[in-house]
Design a protein around this ligand. Structure first.
Ligand code: SAH
Length: 410
């Protein structure tokens, strides 16, 4: 195997041929082709840049090849590509320019979102002056590509540190050698971030601040995709509030500006410890409860506890399509219970981050729960991820987050 597949590929120009079904996938502008849709045996090297052809040999574009993933082909261009690191640098600059147009009032946002920014397998988040990078495919792991990523981010964003967050399971699936999460460049791996400052309900606000530690926490360390939903939830929140599955307090701390009391519930102690630090950072007093939210809600509802605002942001219940029915059952149980706990005029902010639960499935589940709860609910807002997590049409995988804001009547 060549040492640097991404570079040597441009000399060798390996190509793969697709079946009619594979070609059809590309025609709807979906960038993925599965291994089963590649025809003819191929000994394409791991992570190579490949020319993609139909069965007759007609050129269809250029892709990144994975020798181990079921997604063998990820298209990177509908034309020829001679220099992958240069193309990656150009796409990163374009992703940064796109954010400059759309992202407001925050120093923390997603800079590059993989397929949605035409950079399959690369995720970059910015947390003030610390940048976090995730590399999810063989091609993006090649040394010249990594070098181009680092150099472009340093030039364009002038960070004080760049960390790599590693998902061990994904490296294993891609048959890449294990790596620890670590500082890749510079000296800083933690920062204080601030989001949703500026005008809120007509008042000038300084924004809500959070500690970010690039080498700790879940996912990339924060749930940036909910950033705009935090502000939207705070617009309607009032009275006594409960944030179930609160993690480090994203919704809870935004609600605190509007509510008389806020309780955050999570099963993770480290997440709640960080949530309390975040509360101190913002000069707020909130109640944090370490508990299984299912159990706690059952208990509170049995005790006739009532709230004016409830947020439900559970982890993804449907990890695969097969889990869908069960997942919808789990979501429904939670939603039904909290609908009954909300006072008239109360606000329910309910989310799902399961890609397999479509917007339609989610809305139907909530409607079903409302019927069973004997409540009428109005949809105040039907939202998704923040604009720095773009949805690419025809690539349903880029649309995974649902966030409904509902007003509960009797
Ligand atoms: N709302 C958060 C993100 C929530 S992620 C934010 O905006 O930052 C989901 C959270 O659910 C995680 O913090 C996880 O620790 C927590 N969690 C998972 N299962 C749980 C359970 N059964 N009860 C309570 N919390 C749970």
């Amino acid at each position: 195997m060549p040492k640097n597949p991404a570079v040597s590929a441009k000399h060798a120009e390996p190509s793969v041929k697709l079946s009619t079904r594979g070609v059809a996938r590309l025609q709807v502008r979906h960038p993925w082709v599965y291994r089963s849709d590649i025809v003819a045996p191929n000994d394409t090297p791991a992570g190579a840049l490949v020319r993609v052809r139909d069965e007759r040999g007609k050129f269809l574009g250029t892709a990144l090849y994975s020798s181990s993933s079921q997604i063998a082909i990820r298209m990177i261009s509908h034309g020829s590509v001679s220099d992958l690191p240069a193309l990656v640098a150009e796409r990163i600059r374009a992703a940064i320019a796109y954010r400059k147009e759309l992202v407001r009032n925050t120093d923390a946002y997603r800079v590059v979102f993989s397929e949605a920014d035409f950079l399959p397998g690369l995720i970059v988040d910015r947390y003030n002056d610390v940048i976090s990078v995730q590399i999810l495919t063989q091609a993006m792991d090649a040394a010249p590509v990594r070098e181009a990523v680092l150099q472009t981010l340093r030039e364009e964003l002038q960070p004080a540190g760049i960390v790599e967050r590693v998902e061990a399971r994904i490296r294993e699936l891609e048959q890449l050698p294990p790596l620890p999460s670590r500082l890749l460049w510079g000296e800083k791996s933690s920062a204080v971030i601030s989001m949703n400052g500026g005008k809120m309900n007509g008042d000038e606000t300084s924004g809500v601040r959070f500690h970010y530690d690039g080498l700790e926490g879940q996912k990339t360390g924060a749930f940036l995709d909910q950033r705009e939903n935090y502000a939207a939830a705070a617009e309607y929140a009032h009275g006594e509030a409960l944030d179930a599955f609160c993690y480090q307090g994203g919704f809870a701390l935004h609600l605190a500006a509007k509510c008389s009391s806020v309780t955050g519930v999570d099963s993770s102690r480290p997440a709640l410890e960080m949530a309390e630090k975040n509360a101190l950072l913002n000069g707020r007093e909130l109640e944090w409860i370490e508990a299984n939210a299912f159990d706690l809600l059952r208990e509170y509802s049995a005790a006739n506890r009532r709230y004016d605002t409830i947020v439900l942001d559970p982890p993804a219940f449907a990890k695969t399509k097969r889990d869908l029915e069960k997942a919808l059952g789990g979501y429904k149980e939670l939603n039904l219970r909290v609908m009954k706990m909300l006072r008239p005029g109360g606000i329910l902010v309910t989310c799902s981050c399961s890609f397999h639960v479509s917007a339609q499935d989610f809305l139907e589940m909530v409607a079903d729960a409302a019927r069973d709860a004997h409540k009428s609910l109005r949809v105040v807002e039907n939202r998704g991820a923040a604009k720095d997590h773009p949805i690419l049409l025809n690539v349903p995988e880029t649309s995974y987050l649902q966030c409904l804001i509902l007003s509960v009547s009797n």
